[in-house]
Design a protein around this ligand. Structure first.
Ligand SMILES: Cc1ncc(COP(=O)(O)O)c(C=O)c1O
Length: 500
């Protein structure tokens, strides 16, 4: 029995558009290739001329096709071929010395400024628009759960988390190659709590943790709050952390207690680590007996086309020594309102459970049972497929807007999934200056400097693609492009004054 109201079948033109969108994403129809003609489409699918026109116009409006006068529709050149991707850093550079983070004030200032007003356009977050999440299906799952167990609001949940929820998560973990039992899982308050517990379990104040650079600013805040030092390791926007640089660091800095990585859709660059890198990193951590904290916040959002080529594989799936502490979350992929995450901590599992109990006791029961009900249904996988396709479309539209409106020399990395793009402004222009200029016009972006404790990435910005690409969003990109042009005309001194 499904937990959602049956969806009416989509109109024919939408399901055919979905078919051709999938073909473009999978590479069966390549950039520059001609779409079948309208006549061929009519014959092949037994549809009318107006339906075939609807298909092509929809795909054109989403940025997958372009119409060429008197020649028909063609697959648009991939955006990445029109703007160069952001370069890799020197991957074998010895990392800067480990340091206590001290970024909290900077990040808090950015966040506070970003929250000051209701912004017309907020491109700074990494989250989907609420309407992309399955509110109705979750509501039904919650009501069903309350009907089945009306007393659940007045009974405490087990400290480790509800068994039903942990069982569902253990089943889902099989798809990424992990064989876990419900007992291997601790439910947490999002991935943030999972990471906090992981780091407290494997390290003590004063220890060093190797992290990707750039990295998710929340991780830097967590390290700072725990009195840990961050060692920033060069990270490629394509392939993730430099395993060579981690090796160098582990040989030269004996105080490292853990390496934290986001193998799928790293935040902020969107990189995906190749399997060989994941295995090499695991071997290194095992040899040096340090924890490998695997942050898997985003793998549910990897593009369908990537999944067809290369099924998901968590680093933990190769771990036979218990060195991997796997942390995950439903915050980005299912329900920001539920604040649910989980951790499977290998050899540190008992300590993580003890720390969770000491810190915050159990998570609330209704949220876990609602999520369990929906995830166990067939509707969950259908929902995820829809979400990935929608995000792929929004990503293409947003990337095209950057290519259209930002000045020549801008670099753009378009990740193969997820919620953001990683941009680099030309000529060393400051994205911090752009942040302040945009703020004055009711727009928020995430400047690169909040993703590091160093002085790097001032020319980078992360842009959210989780919002539908409306005319307002397009207008915001047009205006941002003009602001970048204006920055380029300023002499160097005022430019850096704008940096604050
Ligand atoms: C890589 C990464 N890890 C962890 C988190 C925090 O996750 P949660 O919201 O589940 O606490 C985020 C949120 O942006 C993230 O990008």
């Amino acid at each position: 029995m499904t937990l959602t109201a049956p969806h009416p079948a989509p109109p024919k033109y939408q399901s055919l558009a979905e078919h051709y969108r999938g073909a473009i994403q999978a590479g069966s129809l390549r950039p520059g290739q001609r779409m079948p003609s309208l006549r061929e489409l009519m014959r092949q699918h037994g549809v009318s001329l107006s339906t075939t026109l609807q298909i092509c116009r929809l795909l054109e409006s989403e940025g997958w096709l372009e119409a060429r006068p008197r020649s028909g529709y063609f697959v648009r050149p991939a955006v990445a071929t029109r703007l160069a991707p952001v370069n890799d850093p020197p991957m074998q550079r010895a990392p800067d010395p480990a340091q206590y983070v001290g970024i909290h004030a900077k990040v808090s200032e950015f966040l506070a400024l970003g929250r000051l007003q209701r912004f017309k356009t907020n491109l700074s977050v990494a989250r989907c628009a609420p309407e992309l999440y399955p509110a109705q299906a979750l509501q039904q799952a919650a009501l069903r759960s309350l009907r089945q167990d009306p007393s659940q609001l007045v009974r405490a949940a087990p400290p480790q988390g509800c068994l039903e929820f942990r069982e569902v998560l253990a089943q889902r973990a099989l798809a990424a190659g992990m064989r876990l039992s419900a007992n291997d899982i601790q439910i947490t308050n999002g991935c943030t709590e999972a990471l906090n517990l992981a780091l407290r379990a494997v390290a003590n104040p004063g220890d060093t943790i190797a992290v990707e650079s750039p990295t998710f600013y929340g991780l830097l805040q967590t390290l700072e709050s725990l009195g840990l030092k961050a060692l920033e390791i060069p990270t490629s926007p394509r392939t993730g952390i430099s395993v060579d640089a981690v090796e160098l660091a582990l040989r030269n800095s004996p105080g490292i207690k853990a390496v934290v990585v986001v193998p799928y859709l790293q935040n902020p660059t969107g990189s995906i680590m190749p399997s060989a890198h994941k295995q090499a990193l695991l071997r290194l951590c095992q040899q040096h007996d340090v924890a490998l904290v695997e942050d898997d916040t985003y793998s549910a959002l990897v593009d369908e086309a990537v999944l067809r080529e290369d099924p998901l594989r968590a680093i933990k799936s190769w771990d036979d020594s218990g060195h991997v502490v796997y942390c995950a979350s439903l915050h980005k992929s299912l329900a920001p309102g539920l604040r649910l995450g989980w951790v499977s901590a290998g050899r540190w599992q008992a300590r993580v459970e003890m720390l969770k109990f000491a810190a915050s006791r159990s998570n609330e029961r209704l949220a876990q049972m609602s999520a369990a009900g929906f995830i166990a249904s067939a509707a969950y996988e259908r929902y995820l497929r829809r979400l990935r396709t929608t995000l792929a479309t929004q990503r293409t539209q947003t990337a095209q807007a950057v290519a259209r409106y930002f000045p020549p020399g801008t670099k753009l990395t378009v990740p193969r999934g997820g919620l953001s793009l990683w941009v680099e402004l030309p000529d060393g222009l400051s994205a911090t200056a752009l942040f302040h200029a945009a703020l004055a016009e009711n727009m928020v972006i995430a400047p690169g400097t909040i993703f590091t404790n160093s002085h790097r990435f001032d020319s980078n910005l992360r842009v959210n693609v989780g919002w539908p690409f409306t005319p307002e969003v397009e207008h915001a990109f047009a205006r941002l492009g003009q602001l970048v042009d204006t920055l380029a005309t300023l002499p160097v001194e005022p430019r850096s004054l704008l940096k604050k």
